[in-house]
Ligand binder design. Structure first.
Ligand SMILES: NC(=O)c1ccc[n+]([C@@H]2O[C@H](COP(=O)([O-])OP(=O)(O)OC[C@H]3O[C@@H](n4cnc5c(N)ncnc54)[C@H](OP(=O)(O)O)[C@@H]3O)[C@@H](O)[C@H]2O)c1
Length: 256
Protein backbone atom coordinates (compact mmCIF):
# COMPACT_ATOMS: atom_id res chain seq x y z
CA UNK A 1 0.00 0.00 0.00
CA UNK A 2 1.24 3.48 -0.85
CA UNK A 3 1.96 5.69 2.17
CA UNK A 4 2.04 9.50 1.94
CA UNK A 5 3.00 11.91 4.68
CA UNK A 6 1.61 15.43 4.33
CA UNK A 7 3.42 17.87 6.58
CA UNK A 8 1.21 20.93 7.30
CA UNK A 9 -2.10 19.20 6.62
CA UNK A 10 -4.46 21.05 8.97
CA UNK A 11 -5.67 23.55 6.36
CA UNK A 12 -5.44 24.76 2.78
CA UNK A 13 -3.36 22.91 0.21
CA UNK A 14 -1.95 20.37 2.69
CA UNK A 15 -5.46 19.34 3.77
CA UNK A 16 -6.46 18.99 0.11
CA UNK A 17 -3.48 16.70 -0.61
CA UNK A 18 -4.62 14.55 2.34
CA UNK A 19 -8.23 14.57 1.12
CA UNK A 20 -7.45 13.53 -2.47
CA UNK A 21 -4.80 10.94 -1.59
CA UNK A 22 -6.94 9.33 1.14
CA UNK A 23 -9.89 9.14 -1.29
CA UNK A 24 -7.60 7.20 -3.67
CA UNK A 25 -6.96 4.58 -0.97
CA UNK A 26 -3.48 5.84 -0.10
CA UNK A 27 -2.56 5.55 3.59
CA UNK A 28 -2.15 9.17 4.67
CA UNK A 29 -0.13 10.46 7.62
CA UNK A 30 -1.19 14.05 8.19
CA UNK A 31 0.86 16.24 10.50
CA UNK A 32 -0.01 19.56 12.09
CA UNK A 33 0.91 21.73 15.03
CA UNK A 34 -2.24 21.00 17.02
CA UNK A 35 -4.18 17.79 16.21
CA UNK A 36 -6.96 18.84 18.61
CA UNK A 37 -7.78 21.62 16.11
CA UNK A 38 -7.62 19.47 12.97
CA UNK A 39 -11.10 17.90 12.82
CA UNK A 40 -11.29 18.10 9.00
CA UNK A 41 -8.04 16.16 8.72
CA UNK A 42 -8.97 13.63 11.39
CA UNK A 43 -12.30 12.89 9.66
CA UNK A 44 -10.61 11.65 6.46
CA UNK A 45 -10.52 7.90 5.69
CA UNK A 46 -7.16 6.01 5.84
CA UNK A 47 -5.64 8.95 7.69
CA UNK A 48 -3.62 9.11 10.88
CA UNK A 49 -2.76 12.45 12.43
CA UNK A 50 0.36 13.31 14.40
CA UNK A 51 1.72 16.50 15.91
CA UNK A 52 4.63 18.21 14.21
CA UNK A 53 5.65 21.85 14.49
CA UNK A 54 8.13 22.16 11.63
CA UNK A 55 10.23 24.67 13.59
CA UNK A 56 10.90 22.10 16.33
CA UNK A 57 13.46 19.41 15.45
CA UNK A 58 12.37 17.30 18.44
CA UNK A 59 8.86 17.09 16.94
CA UNK A 60 10.33 16.00 13.59
CA UNK A 61 12.55 13.35 15.21
CA UNK A 62 9.60 12.06 17.22
CA UNK A 63 7.49 11.92 14.05
CA UNK A 64 10.15 9.98 12.17
CA UNK A 65 10.35 7.43 14.99
CA UNK A 66 6.56 6.95 15.04
CA UNK A 67 6.45 6.52 11.25
CA UNK A 68 9.35 4.08 11.29
CA UNK A 69 7.73 1.99 14.01
CA UNK A 70 4.21 1.88 12.54
CA UNK A 71 4.78 2.15 8.77
CA UNK A 72 8.52 1.51 8.16
CA UNK A 73 8.52 3.33 4.80
CA UNK A 74 7.13 6.35 2.95
CA UNK A 75 6.32 6.67 -0.75
CA UNK A 76 5.61 10.42 -0.70
CA UNK A 77 6.38 13.32 1.63
CA UNK A 78 4.88 16.74 0.94
CA UNK A 79 6.22 19.70 2.91
CA UNK A 80 3.22 22.01 2.61
CA UNK A 81 3.42 24.20 5.71
CA UNK A 82 4.46 27.82 5.32
CA UNK A 83 3.69 31.33 6.50
CA UNK A 84 3.66 34.51 4.43
CA UNK A 85 5.02 36.38 7.44
CA UNK A 86 4.06 36.24 11.13
CA UNK A 87 1.96 39.38 10.55
CA UNK A 88 0.00 37.58 7.82
CA UNK A 89 1.13 40.10 5.18
CA UNK A 90 4.32 40.32 3.13
CA UNK A 91 6.54 43.37 3.65
CA UNK A 92 5.90 46.04 1.01
CA UNK A 93 9.04 48.08 1.69
CA UNK A 94 12.44 47.60 3.31
CA UNK A 95 11.33 49.62 6.33
CA UNK A 96 8.70 46.92 7.05
CA UNK A 97 11.41 44.26 7.48
CA UNK A 98 12.23 43.20 11.03
CA UNK A 99 14.65 40.58 12.29
CA UNK A 100 12.14 38.42 14.15
CA UNK A 101 9.64 38.28 11.29
CA UNK A 102 12.37 37.38 8.82
CA UNK A 103 13.87 34.66 11.03
CA UNK A 104 10.50 33.18 11.85
CA UNK A 105 9.57 32.98 8.16
CA UNK A 106 12.92 31.40 7.25
CA UNK A 107 12.58 28.88 10.11
CA UNK A 108 9.10 27.79 9.03
CA UNK A 109 9.47 27.89 5.25
CA UNK A 110 13.12 26.95 4.62
CA UNK A 111 14.82 25.32 7.62
CA UNK A 112 11.78 23.27 8.68
CA UNK A 113 11.25 21.45 5.35
CA UNK A 114 14.99 20.72 5.08
CA UNK A 115 15.10 19.20 8.56
CA UNK A 116 11.98 17.16 7.70
CA UNK A 117 13.90 15.86 4.66
CA UNK A 118 16.87 14.98 6.90
CA UNK A 119 14.79 12.83 9.23
CA UNK A 120 12.27 11.35 6.78
CA UNK A 121 14.52 10.63 3.77
CA UNK A 122 15.67 7.26 5.24
CA UNK A 123 11.99 6.22 5.18
CA UNK A 124 11.54 7.55 1.63
CA UNK A 125 14.55 5.44 0.64
CA UNK A 126 12.49 2.42 1.73
CA UNK A 127 9.59 3.48 -0.53
CA UNK A 128 8.48 1.08 -3.26
CA UNK A 129 7.99 3.58 -6.08
CA UNK A 130 4.22 3.24 -5.64
CA UNK A 131 3.73 6.98 -6.20
CA UNK A 132 5.16 8.54 -9.36
CA UNK A 133 5.64 7.08 -12.80
CA UNK A 134 6.39 3.35 -13.07
CA UNK A 135 8.07 3.93 -16.44
CA UNK A 136 11.48 2.92 -15.07
CA UNK A 137 10.26 0.12 -12.81
CA UNK A 138 12.84 -2.68 -12.77
CA UNK A 139 15.50 -0.41 -14.30
CA UNK A 140 18.12 -0.28 -11.54
CA UNK A 141 19.70 2.87 -12.91
CA UNK A 142 16.47 4.87 -13.17
CA UNK A 143 13.80 3.54 -10.79
CA UNK A 144 12.90 5.57 -7.71
CA UNK A 145 11.98 4.71 -4.14
CA UNK A 146 10.03 7.72 -2.79
CA UNK A 147 9.17 11.28 -3.76
CA UNK A 148 9.82 14.45 -1.73
CA UNK A 149 7.76 17.52 -2.64
CA UNK A 150 8.59 20.92 -1.23
CA UNK A 151 5.72 23.32 -1.77
CA UNK A 152 7.31 26.51 -3.05
CA UNK A 153 6.06 29.64 -4.83
CA UNK A 154 6.86 31.44 -8.06
CA UNK A 155 7.79 34.53 -6.02
CA UNK A 156 10.80 32.51 -4.82
CA UNK A 157 12.27 32.78 -8.32
CA UNK A 158 15.16 35.26 -8.34
CA UNK A 159 15.17 35.63 -12.12
CA UNK A 160 11.38 36.17 -12.26
CA UNK A 161 11.37 38.88 -9.57
CA UNK A 162 10.32 42.08 -11.28
CA UNK A 163 8.24 43.62 -8.51
CA UNK A 164 10.24 43.32 -5.27
CA UNK A 165 8.56 43.34 -1.86
CA UNK A 166 7.67 40.32 0.31
CA UNK A 167 11.30 40.10 1.46
CA UNK A 168 10.85 37.33 4.02
CA UNK A 169 8.59 35.09 1.94
CA UNK A 170 10.57 35.51 -1.30
CA UNK A 171 13.86 34.83 0.51
CA UNK A 172 12.40 31.80 2.30
CA UNK A 173 11.16 30.20 -0.92
CA UNK A 174 14.41 30.98 -2.81
CA UNK A 175 16.26 29.22 0.03
CA UNK A 176 13.82 26.31 -0.08
CA UNK A 177 14.41 26.00 -3.84
CA UNK A 178 18.16 25.79 -3.20
CA UNK A 179 17.57 23.15 -0.52
CA UNK A 180 15.43 21.15 -2.96
CA UNK A 181 18.14 21.30 -5.63
CA UNK A 182 20.78 20.18 -3.13
CA UNK A 183 18.53 17.35 -1.92
CA UNK A 184 17.93 16.20 -5.48
CA UNK A 185 21.68 15.78 -5.93
CA UNK A 186 22.43 14.01 -2.65
CA UNK A 187 19.32 11.81 -2.60
CA UNK A 188 19.52 11.03 -6.31
CA UNK A 189 22.78 9.08 -5.96
CA UNK A 190 23.16 5.32 -5.72
CA UNK A 191 20.32 2.92 -5.01
CA UNK A 192 16.93 3.89 -3.54
CA UNK A 193 16.81 7.24 -5.28
CA UNK A 194 14.37 9.91 -4.09
CA UNK A 195 12.74 12.26 -6.60
CA UNK A 196 12.84 15.81 -5.16
CA UNK A 197 10.49 18.43 -6.60
CA UNK A 198 9.76 22.10 -5.84
CA UNK A 199 6.12 22.72 -6.83
CA UNK A 200 4.23 26.00 -7.23
CA UNK A 201 0.43 25.70 -6.95
CA UNK A 202 -0.58 29.00 -8.55
CA UNK A 203 -2.54 31.53 -6.53
CA UNK A 204 -4.89 29.35 -4.53
CA UNK A 205 -7.88 30.22 -2.39
CA UNK A 206 -6.53 29.57 1.12
CA UNK A 207 -5.92 31.52 4.31
CA UNK A 208 -2.37 32.32 3.19
CA UNK A 209 -3.41 34.24 0.09
CA UNK A 210 -6.68 35.62 1.56
CA UNK A 211 -5.41 39.20 2.21
CA UNK A 212 -4.67 39.51 -1.53
CA UNK A 213 -7.74 37.87 -3.08
CA UNK A 214 -9.35 41.15 -4.10
CA UNK A 215 -6.40 41.86 -6.42
CA UNK A 216 -6.64 38.48 -8.19
CA UNK A 217 -8.98 37.99 -11.19
CA UNK A 218 -11.53 35.27 -10.38
CA UNK A 219 -10.21 32.93 -13.10
CA UNK A 220 -6.66 33.22 -11.68
CA UNK A 221 -7.63 32.24 -8.13
CA UNK A 222 -7.63 28.44 -8.02
CA UNK A 223 -9.58 26.25 -5.65
CA UNK A 224 -7.37 24.02 -3.52
CA UNK A 225 -8.95 21.05 -5.28
CA UNK A 226 -7.94 22.34 -8.74
CA UNK A 227 -4.39 23.26 -7.66
CA UNK A 228 -3.68 19.98 -5.87
CA UNK A 229 -5.23 17.89 -8.67
CA UNK A 230 -2.85 19.56 -11.14
CA UNK A 231 0.14 19.06 -8.80
CA UNK A 232 -0.75 15.39 -8.35
CA UNK A 233 -0.72 14.98 -12.13
CA UNK A 234 2.92 16.15 -12.01
CA UNK A 235 3.74 13.88 -9.05
CA UNK A 236 1.99 10.86 -10.63
CA UNK A 237 4.03 11.30 -13.82
CA UNK A 238 7.37 12.04 -12.12
CA UNK A 239 10.51 10.02 -12.80
CA UNK A 240 14.07 10.40 -11.54
CA UNK A 241 14.74 12.50 -14.66
CA UNK A 242 12.50 15.20 -13.12
CA UNK A 243 14.38 15.44 -9.84
CA UNK A 244 15.50 18.94 -8.89
CA UNK A 245 12.90 20.66 -11.06
CA UNK A 246 11.01 23.80 -9.98
CA UNK A 247 7.62 23.34 -11.60
CA UNK A 248 4.37 25.32 -11.75
CA UNK A 249 0.90 23.76 -11.47
CA UNK A 250 0.59 23.59 -15.29
CA UNK A 251 3.79 21.56 -15.68
CA UNK A 252 5.98 24.42 -16.90
CA UNK A 253 9.46 24.92 -15.45
CA UNK A 254 10.02 28.12 -13.48
CA UNK A 255 13.51 29.63 -13.83
CA UNK A 256 15.42 29.65 -10.56
N1 LIG B 1 -2.18 29.73 -1.41
C1 LIG B 1 -1.40 30.20 -2.39
O1 LIG B 1 -1.83 31.04 -3.21
C2 LIG B 1 0.02 29.71 -2.54
C3 LIG B 1 0.77 30.19 -3.62
C4 LIG B 1 2.08 29.75 -3.78
C5 LIG B 1 2.62 28.84 -2.89
N2 LIG B 1 1.87 28.39 -1.84
C6 LIG B 1 2.50 27.45 -0.91
O2 LIG B 1 1.67 26.31 -0.74
C7 LIG B 1 1.85 25.79 0.58
C8 LIG B 1 0.53 25.65 1.29
O3 LIG B 1 -0.01 26.96 1.48
P1 LIG B 1 -1.55 27.21 1.84
O4 LIG B 1 -2.03 28.21 0.89
O5 LIG B 1 -2.24 25.93 2.01
O6 LIG B 1 -1.39 27.94 3.27
P2 LIG B 1 -2.39 27.97 4.52
O7 LIG B 1 -3.78 27.68 4.11
O8 LIG B 1 -2.09 29.25 5.24
O9 LIG B 1 -1.89 26.73 5.38
C9 LIG B 1 -0.62 26.78 5.95
C10 LIG B 1 -0.38 25.51 6.72
O10 LIG B 1 0.93 25.57 7.27
C11 LIG B 1 0.83 25.16 8.62
N3 LIG B 1 1.91 25.70 9.43
C12 LIG B 1 2.27 27.00 9.58
N4 LIG B 1 3.31 27.08 10.43
C13 LIG B 1 3.62 25.81 10.80
C14 LIG B 1 4.60 25.23 11.64
N5 LIG B 1 5.48 25.98 12.31
N6 LIG B 1 4.62 23.89 11.77
C15 LIG B 1 3.74 23.11 11.10
N7 LIG B 1 2.78 23.59 10.31
C16 LIG B 1 2.73 24.93 10.17
C17 LIG B 1 -0.53 25.64 9.08
O11 LIG B 1 -0.90 24.96 10.25
P3 LIG B 1 -1.78 25.63 11.45
O12 LIG B 1 -3.20 25.26 11.15
O13 LIG B 1 -1.23 24.99 12.66
O14 LIG B 1 -1.54 27.12 11.41
C18 LIG B 1 -1.38 25.29 7.86
O15 LIG B 1 -1.74 23.93 7.86
C19 LIG B 1 2.82 26.75 1.29
O16 LIG B 1 4.13 26.22 1.23
C20 LIG B 1 2.73 28.01 0.47
O17 LIG B 1 3.89 28.81 0.55
C21 LIG B 1 0.58 28.80 -1.64
Amino acid sequence: MAIALIQGASRGIGLEYARILSSRGVQVIGTCRDPTRADNLKSLPNTQVFKCDVTKEDDIVNLSQIVEKHFNKLDLVVNSSAILHPSGRGETRLKDVDFNGLMSTLATNSAGPLVVAKHLSPLLQKGNGLIGSDKFKGNNKKCHAGILVNMTAKVGSISDNGLGGWYSYRMSKAALNMATKNLSIELGRGKNRIICLALHPGTTDTDLSRPYHKNVPADKLFSANFAVSKLLEIIDGATIDDTGRYIAWDGTDIPF
